[in-house]
Design a protein around this ligand. Structure first.
Ligand SMILES: Nc1nc2c(ncn2[C@@H]2O[C@H](COP(=O)(O)OP(=O)(O)OP(=O)(O)O)[C@@H](O)[C@H]2O)c(=O)[nH]1
Ligand SMILES: C=C(OP(=O)(O)O)C(=O)O
Length: 259
């Protein structure tokens, strides 16, 4: 079963925008979150990582963005991305380690997007762990960044970056990693909403149990709700799925520690 999300036919499409997500091997992903949720099994943890990615992509699609690329070395991530209707790019081995590898992966996936969709004008590099993301916020961020060469949205504490909107002709790797908001500003990106008055949903990337609580208090999408064993996601995260939201979800029991 695929996991395509419904799109509202009334939402104009953002045909010149592509979203790019990078996800590492599921067995290595979100170690801080795994450590703080030690009651969740390995399977449930992987399930949650995938679910957060799918909710991020779901909100992107409902915002009007039809082109999404996911880059990962992990078969499970690539299969889930493909099942969702995104382009999946296998990350090549030997591109450095740590954040260098992440930044090169983003650059490689953006280059792939330019080849696939030559008319694309804007590339949005998006963290894949934004389960509270809403379509309205993605749409208004893209609108706000129009005309800018590069624009950065900082995370909840202001130090990290949850998304970077760039003109598609920029080929240099970005600067994700520790203090990436400052690094992106220093590289010339304009900070969107520097006073942090807007877009709490897009600023809430989930690295720890506290972040997950923050996302849950905003309301998470269907996939994350299902992965946590919650039956009813927040009402502003799109129409309910007609069928099980994610085939892989069905293989795991709901989290015992779901609140
Ligand atoms: N494709 C790819 N994605 C990466 C790589 N490193 C990090 N990412 C992804 O980039 C995003 C941001 O990374 P982090 O928020 O630090 O997530 P994480 O590394 O899974 O979490 P921790 O283990 O707790 O540090 C996550 O979606 C990661 O899966 C990489 O080398 N390749
Ligand atoms: C890689 C980043 O994310 P995190 O803080 O989630 O590790 C970043 O903010 O640049």
């Amino acid at each position: 079963m695929t996991s395509t999300s419904p799109t509202d036919p009334g939402v104009p499409r953002l045909g010149d925008v592509v979203a790019v997500l990078a996800v590492k091997r599921l067995g290595e992903a979100k170690t801080r979150l795994a450590a703080s949720r030690s009651s969740a099994s390995d399977g449930l943890h992987r399930e949650l990582v995938l679910a957060m990615m799918l909710d991020t992509m779901d909100a992107l699609r409902r915002s009007g963005i039809d082109h999404t690329v996911v880059i990962s070395p992990d078969d499970g991530v690539l299969a889930a991305a493909h099942g969702f209707g995104a382009a999946s790019v296998r990350e090549s081995a030997g591109h450095g380690v740590g954040v260098d590898r992440l930044n090169q992966a983003f650059a490689d996936a953006a280059a792939d997007a330019r080849r696939r969709w030559p008319t694309v004008r804007t590339v949005m590099l998006v963290q894949a762990d934004l389960p509270a993301a809403t379509a309205d916020s993605f749409r208004s961020v893209v609108t706000q960044a129009r005309g800018m060469r590069e624009a950065v949205l900082a995370d909840r504490d202001g130090t990290g970056t949850t998304l970077l909107v760039r003109r598609s002709d920029i080929s240099e790797p970005p600067h994700f990693g520790p203090d990436s908001a400052a690094a992106h500003r220093e590289a010339g990106a304009v900070e969107l909403d520097p006073e942090h008055l807007r877009w709490a949903d897009l600023r809430t990337d989930v690295d720890t149990a506290d972040d997950l609580d923050a996302a849950l208090s905003l309301g998470v999408g269907h996939h994350t709700a299902a992965a946590l064993g919650k039956r009813h996601p927040a009402p502003d995260h799109g129409p309910a799925m007609a069928s099980e939201p994610m085939s892989v979800t069905k293989r795991f029991r709901p989290a015992r520690d779901a609140s």
